[in-house]
Design a protein. Structure first.
Length: 549
């Protein structure tokens, strides 16, 4: 084999994307590409998800490159059916090259992947940068690449062999992610990304993130530690991105930005100060836990460009918070949401209204809480626990017989008929709301549905009109769900509850269409053509929006 490998790294198309989000950079394989290029390998990134290529289109591009090594990243909580079909086509077409699959979820069930997907040669668990370089080196040298830590491979007689991954303890040893697709992400109004830390210090029962970074310990559900990059290195990378791509928006993908320690908060303060001093004029988003939302530090970050905060509050019921292992209170959740909003930042609540152990009382408490913090929306009403491979809670659900395990995918059963009915109504409301959500997202220039861009050409009166319209429409649809809960509390027949909700939704849709029409008429009269304010827009001398390149 040649001393330089031809490597293709693929983010495959999937049937279900993250809800309402714009395209986001495939940062995982971008890090792998950068690591491989340190050793001179020829690496091509194929982002099939970005373009929604079919299996045949993706296969054609892979074949054209004649790779020695093909890596697929899994970005969902299960192994996607479309990738199974693609790999089957590769097997039938006798496409050469070693095929390795990696990603967060599959790190917890590598044996299942090998037992169910013939064309996969190995599954790489845990962080991949160091491992992929070792694999490539051994392929070049003719060594046994199957012995690289983190790999699970097939052995004799159908058995598989799993080797524990090694943790990358010093993030400063990693090269900056390759930026092959950044310009295209921006052109398609997507979101460039950066990672400033890895892991999470918390031990939530529904989440697999700490366990992913604890896989090197070789014990089920062993947690890893939160590790961070130095602020100067992060800010230098952001400035480089800004200078090369005219970067205006940036998603910080850290699962927990602050790390929950004094050292982590000090790092955030230094980062905020350094970024503000560069005066780059960009906005960014972070994710954190509720107990880490502190007014002063959020103000510092806002001065540096922070515009959106995702907070994993998960529930407004203390009983649910205990089930989820959140280790904080409903009051802390309330304070976090109101603090973010009081600072003029856009806010997104990580929330799970439904779980298989929900009671009608739990649902009512959660609805009341969401209403208090201004987050009672069809999206949050239809939220539920999503079972993750590697999360301790799924074992509890398995023991209770409420976990459906389809080998490469997990789902949950709702055994209580009243909760089943409530979930059905929530789904009906969310589906009926979808066209209005799309309208709101467009006219409010959403980056994601909750992360909004300010439109500098819009008057406060029109912005108030849009905010009022959104609040009114949210109330119309969630009101149907609230009425269904009342009916279930009052022991109304389950079928009747659904039928009443169906009739109400027809009226609600008609009312919402009328309101939308009035909003459109007013905006056209005041603003002219209604247009979406993208990341590529600027204001010209006449005060109108214009595209820039």
């Amino acid at each position: 084999m040649a001393k330089v490998l031809r490597v293709v790294l693929v983010r495959p198309s999937v049937d279900v994307l993250h809800k309402f989000s714009k395209p986001v950079e495939a940062l995982g394989i971008a890090y792998l590409a950068a690591a491989l290029r340190l050793d001179g390998h020829e690496v091509t990134i194929l982002d099939a998800m970005l373009y929604d290529w079919s299996e045949d289109e993706t296969l054609e591009r892979i074949e054209r490159l004649s790779p020695d090594l093909i890596g697929f990243t899994i970005v969902l909580n299960h192994f996607p059916d479309r990738l199974v079909r693609l790999l089957t086509k590769m097997n039938e077409g006798e496409v050469g090259g070693v095929v390795i699959v990696g990603g967060h979820a599959v790190s917890f069930f590598p044996e299942r992947v090998l037992n169910n997907v013939e064309r996969v040669d190995a599954v790489l668990s845990g962080e991949g940068e160091a491992a992929i370089r070792q694999i490539a080196r051994l392929l070049v040298e003719g060594g046994d690449w199957r012995l690289v830590p983190g790999l699970t491979t097939r052995g004799e007689h159908g058995h598989v062999k799993r080797l524990h991954p090694e943790r990358i303890h010093d993030l400063t040893t990693l090269p900056w992610a390759a930026r092959d697709t950044t310009a295209e992400i921006i052109r398609l109004d997507g979101v460039p990304c950066i990672s400033t830390s890895r892991g999470c210090y918390a031990r939530c029962s529904f989440c697999s993130v700490p366990r992913f970074y604890g896989l090197n310990q070789g014990r089920s559900y062993a947690p890893g530690t939160w590790l961070r990059r130095q602020p100067a290195d992060v800010v230098n990378e952001i400035e480089w991105l800004h200078s090369h791509f005219a970067l205006r928006e940036l998603l910080i993908v850290d699962d927990e930005f602050f790390g929950g320690t004094d050292e982590g908060f000090e790092r955030a303060r230094v980062f905020a100060r350094m970024l503000a001093e560069r005066n780059l004029g960009l906005s960014f988003a972070i994710s954190c836990r509720a107990e880490n939302v502190r007014t002063e530090i959020m103000q510092d970050l806002k001065r540096a460009g922070l515009s959106h905060v995702f907070v994993g509050i998960e529930a407004g019921s203390q009983r649910d918070l205990r089930l989820y292992g959140k280790a904080h209170t409903v009051d802390q959740n309330r304070r976090a949401a109101m603090t973010v909003k009081s600072l003029g930042l856009t806010f997104q609540a990580g929330f799970m209204l439904f779980n298989p152990r929900s009671t009608l009382q739990d649902l009512s408490e959660n609805v009341k809480f969401l209403k208090e913090i201004g987050e009672l929306k069809p999206v949050t009403v239809n939220s539920a626990v999503d079972p993750h491979f590697g999360a301790p809670l799924i074992e509890s659900f398995r023991r209770n017989g409420i976990l459906r395990d389809d080998e490469l995918r997990l789902s949950l059963e709702y055994v209580n008929d009243g909760i089943k009915t409530a979930k059905l109504v929530a789904e009906m409301c969310a589906e009926a709301y979808q066209p209005f959500m799309n309208f709101i997202g467009a006219v409010q220039s959403s980056v994601t549905f909750e992360w909004r861009r300010p439109n500098p050409t819009r008057r406060p009166a029109e912005q108030h009109l849009l905010d009022t319209f959104e609040k009114k429409v949210n109330g119309l649809f969630t009101g149907v769900f609230e009425d269904a809960l009342v009916g279930l509390h009052e022991k109304t027949g389950l079928q009747e509850v659904v039928q009443v909700a169906e009739r109400q939704l027809k009226r609600v849709v008609d009312d919402a269409r009328l309101l939308e029409g009035l909003v459109v008429t007013h905006l056209e009269a005041v603003e002219g053509d209604i247009r979406y304010w993208s990341s590529r827009c600027t204001v010209n001398r006449g005060g109108q929006s214009a595209e820039f390149t």
